[in-house]
Write a protein that binds this ligand. Structure first.
Ligand code: PEP
Ligand code: MN
Length: 364
């Protein structure tokens, strides 16, 4: 059940509702939307009577939620949730582009990538330091050293960073360095990990499992939300099907399905979705047209020598070309592409001129 407060409800009225619900044995989770605060009641609701709340000051209405994913359900926040990451807003009118290499390979590589993706207009830097590889003999990531380079790249460019956390033991370490915690496809149903990231105050991007159904993805998000962390984004990254022409089958349907079912921002990952750099631009454009709130793309200064996922990584020039197309598609559907935090499009243009000089200084 959710209790929708009136737009003018006072803090005291909200507090009163929270206390009353708790006295009936319910767990409460307030969600502060653009216009309304809604209070989701979860857990044991056997003692909860809707009429009690309908009669309380500041309450607009109570709504029963049928979906098993109660906190992720769009009913809980019909306006949609926005998540602010260092001034970059996910889930609003603007589409956020996150880009960078699959793995952080060296200080130079991540700084060079960060400068290049920022120059092209990305507003978040990606880079894996702990890598979930199919083979234990493949490059496993630089670990904490990689996180330090990522933080340095953020320092230089001002771009917030996203990186994967694979284990409960390393959550604090990764959260210390990054702005968004990524839960990889292979860990979508690692419930212990989900509960623990649910106790942090870092935004989380939860990737759909390789064979995960959409409802399973939403139930996994529920593990994070019900532990108190409401800053969750859902990521479509392709699923395994009988088709062998591509690494995975990028499920474009999932984007509008998730937008309809849930209030959480939806991210599309066409790099892992296709496994093929030539297919990344068309599927990125399609994902924005389908309503994705953000894209996460792999960009590498030299994909041929990448230590992971070179085949699906764009060269910086190709990424810059794609950004032009993305701006046009976003405009066609009444949205725009987010500029790096604190910058306007005009600042962006100015910065492009200075970027060459910046590169010389940083990499000298
Ligand atoms: C990645 O983002 O590099 C990654 C490993 O993704 P996924 O978990 O979707 O395979
Ligand atoms: Mn990758």
């Amino acid at each position: 059940m959710v209790i929708v407060m009136k737009p003018q409800a006072t803090a005291a009225e909200i507090e009163h509702v929270l206390r009353r619900a708790a006295s009936m044995g319910a767990q409460t989770q307030p969600i502060h939307g653009e216009n309304h605060t809604v209070i989701a009641l979860i857990g044991d609701l056997t003692q909860v009577r809707r009429q009690t709340f309908d009669a309380m000051a500041g309450v607009l209405k109570t709504v029963r939620i049928q979906d098993p994913f109660k906190l992720a359900s769009r009913t809980t926040n019909p306006d949609g949730t926005t998540i602010d990451v260092g001034g970059v807003r996910f889930g609003g009118d603007q589409v956020v582009v996150m880009a960078g290499p699959c793995s952080v390979e060296s200080r130079e590589q991540i700084i060079q990538s960060a400068i290049a993706v920022k120059e092209a207009g990305a507003s978040v830097l990606r880079g894996g330091a702990f890598k979930p590889r199919t083979s234990p003999y493949s490059f496993q990531g630089l670990g904490e050293e990689g996180l330090r380079y990522l933080a340095e790249a953020r320092e230089i460019t001002g771009l917030p960073v996203i990186s994967e956390v694979m284990t409960v033991e390393t959550i604090d370490l990764v959260a210390e360095y990054v702005d968004i915690l990524q839960i990889g496809a292979r860990n979508m149903q690692n419930y212990g990990l989900l509960k623990e990231v649910g106790k942090t105050n870092r935004p989380v991007m939860l990737k759909r499992g390789i064979s995960g159904e959409i409802q399973e993805l939403l139930m996994c998000a529920e593990y994070i939300l019900s532990n108190g962390n409401m800053q969750v984004m859902l990521c479509e990254r392709g699923i395994r099907t009988y088709e062998t022409a591509t690494r995975n089958t990028f499920d474009l349907n999932a984007i509008p399905v998730l937008k309809r079912a849930s209030h959480l921002p939806v991210v599309a990952d066409p790099a892992h979705g296709t496994g093929d750099w030539e297919l990344v631009p068309p599927m990125s454009l399609a994902a924005v047209a389908a309503g994705a709130d953000a894209l996460i793309l792999e960009v590498h200064p030299d994909p041929e020598s990448a230590l992971s996922d070179g085949d699906q990584s764009l060269k910086p020039e190709r990424f810059a070309d794609l950004m032009h197309g993305l701006r046009r598609v976003a405009e066609a559907i009444g949205r725009s592409i987010a500029s790096p935090a604190g910058e306007t499009a005009a600042d962006d243009a100015k910065e492009r001129d200075g970027a060459e000089r910046e590169k010389e200084v940083v990499l000298a």
